[in-house]
Design a binder for this molecule. Structure first.
Ligand code: ADP
Ligand code: MG
Length: 529
């Protein structure tokens, strides 16, 4: 591995990298940076999470003059989330040099973007649709662009951005440095590269898993009404040492912890309405193991650091990918393994895919544990408890009665009865939880550019009847050959939830999004002036 000081970079860039906590380059960076510094066109192929942003960002920032007042670099990304992410990383990399960068994506107030553009950013990070909007309005000119990056190119083509990308690239001077990054290399990417790259060098690295290897993540598709049953089966089957169950609201946490107690689990709730004293109490019990299930809201669990949490169960899907990551990070700490289970209602599958996209981690689907599995799990735990004390000295006083019983009854029958008693019958109390509304999935909107009007928020209730055409995410799955509907963006009926493994998800590039619960980031956050 090469250290960043060994690439011959501007000291301000090296300083920024150091401040970001990067010590040595990742494989794709090690291969890409020297080539890019030479100005060679390249195709970079590496899995997500391998540091591709810095691989193109570092040489890009190294090259740009601070005195430059024109747009000299253009980075295209498939979605607003990725554009924001890349912009954040580029912003950090260019901080000490004073490089100005700006993300441009659909769903954000165009007037605001125009204002931010007046601050003369040198790097634009944009989604193709909104970029074209600005180009048509002449608020973005590409005449002086000398570096173009196509990030997540396979994804962009999957989303049907081929035409947009071509239109944009035709407006960039052909005397330029072009870099294309893609996790996969299907035919259409190769064609695109052939058309727009000049004798590119192909750089690829062997996939390597980076994301949270100690946490086994999975999701279970359940209807809202089945959730409680699913939870108790899971708890029975897995018999967690310490589990945190996340609920969306305070009411949910209250109802759920009460329901768990009624069913005989040792659980307590934690949320913001409890007094500090009550919270400390619950936490103390959880830490010392006198309760094994903590039911909490996101807010209550913030910063919660308890070692030995073996399971995180998302009873309700979190709204933000950040919350998801934060929640599951309560387990798998200090080098210990953990499991994270997420309940997803059928209408929330899209939202799950959105979370997968942003966290760049595919979450495998698991079936709901069967009743038999749950029972078996419980019995196993009881049997283990029995075996733990089988060699105990303290059994002497029980031996007399044991001998008497064995004289009268069958040994298997007897042991079974004892185990039954120890396992405890499941208390069949009726549990009724107030249902939570499903999370709204993010949708792609039909192309609104031509209509010239902005669409309202793109968080909509569910897929049925919404125009946003789904698309397949490339990921590591093979492309289905000849699927003519791939990447269409004109609506259509592919929005169903049928395909289990269809990682279709939607993006809000064109539309806005609901902003009442998430503050949109302002442009100025990213312009380093
Ligand atoms: P990709 O685009 O390949 O999916 P990113 O560029 O988003 O990956 O990088 C993934 C994460 O790794 C980011 O949080 C980034 O800051 C971090 N990262 C990138 N390069 C390095 C490095 N050399 N050392 C440590 N962390 C890095
Ligand atoms: Mg990337």
């Amino acid at each position: 591995m090469k250290l960043f000081s060994e690439f011959g970079l501007d000291s301000k860039v090296v300083r920024a990298i150091t401040e970001m906590g990067f010590e040595e380059s990742t494989p794709i960076q090690e291969k890409t940076i020297p080539l890019a510094l030479e100005g060679k066109d390249l195709i970079g192929q590496a899995q997500t999470g391998t540091g591709k942003t810095a691989a193109f960002g570092i040489p890009l920032i190294n090259r740009i003059e601070v005195t430059e007042e024109r747009i000299v670099a253009l980075i295209m990304c498939p979605t607003r989330e990725l554009a924001i992410q890349v912009a954040e990383e580029i912003g950090k990399l260019g901080r000490f040099k004073g490089i100005r960068s700006l993300p441009i994506y659909g769903g954000q107030d165009i007037v605001k973007q125009i204002r931010a553009l007046k601050k003369k950013p040198q790097i634009i990070i944009g989604t193709p649709g909104r970029l074209l909007d600005h180009i048509n309005r002449k608020t973005i000119k590409l005449d002086h662009v000398n570096t173009v990056v196509l990030d997540e190119a396979d994804e962009m083509l999957d989303m049907g951005f081929m035409d947009d990308i071509q239109s944009i690239l035709q407006l960039v001077p052909s005397e330029r440095h072009t870099m294309l990054f893609s996790a996969t290399m299907p035919e259409n990417i190769k064609r695109l590269a052939k058309q727009f790259l000049n004798e590119p060098e192909h750089v690829s690295v062997i996939p390597k898993q980076v994301s949270a290897p100690l946490i086994a993540q999975s999701y279970i598709e359940v209807h809202e009404k089945q959730k409680f049953e699913a939870l108790s089966r899971l708890l029975d089957m897995e018999s967690p040492e310490l589990a945190i169950v996340f609920g969306r609201t305070k009411r949910r946490v209250d109802e759920l912890s009460e329901a768990l107690q009624k069913r005989g689990y040792s659980a307590e709730g934690l949320h913001g309405d409890l007094s500090q004293n009550q919270r400390d109490n619950v936490m103390r019990k959880f830490r010392d193991g006198s309760i094994d299930v903590l039911v909490a809201t996101d807010v209550a669990a913030r910063g919660l650091d308890v070692s030995g949490v073996t399971h995180v169960i998302n009873f309700d899907l979190p709204q933000d990918p950040e919350s998801y990551v934060h929640r599951i990070g309560r387990t798998g700490r200090a080098g210990r393994e953990g499991a994270a289970w997420t309940f997803v209602t059928p209408r929330e599958i899209d939202h799950l895919h959105f979370i997968e996209r942003v966290t760049r981690h595919r979450i495998p689907r698991k079936p709901l544990p069967s009743m038999a599995e749950a029972i078996e799990g419980k019995q196993r735990v009881t049997a283990e408890r029995v075996l733990e004390i089988v060699n105990d000295e303290g059994l002497v006083e029980f031996k007399g009665i044991a001998i008497q019983l064995l004289e009268q009854y069958d040994s298997v029958q007897l042991l079974a009865a004892a185990l039954k008693l120890l396992t405890g019958d499941k208390k069949e109390v009726e549990i009724e939880l107030t249902p939570e509304d499903p999370l709204r999935a993010k949708k792609r909107r039909p192309d609104v550019r031509s209509s010239g009007r902005k669409m309202p928020g793109s968080y909509v209730r569910d897929g049925q009847g919404q125009g946003g055409g789904g698309y397949r995410r490339s990921g590591d799955r093979p492309y289905s050959s000849g699927s003519g509907d791939r990447g269409r963006r004109d609506g259509g009926s592919r929005g169903g939830y049928g395909g289990r493994d269809d990682r279709g998800y939607r993006d809000g590039d064109r539309g806005g999004r609901k902003t009442d619960d998430r503050k949109p980031k302002s442009n100025s956050e990213f312009v380093n002036i």
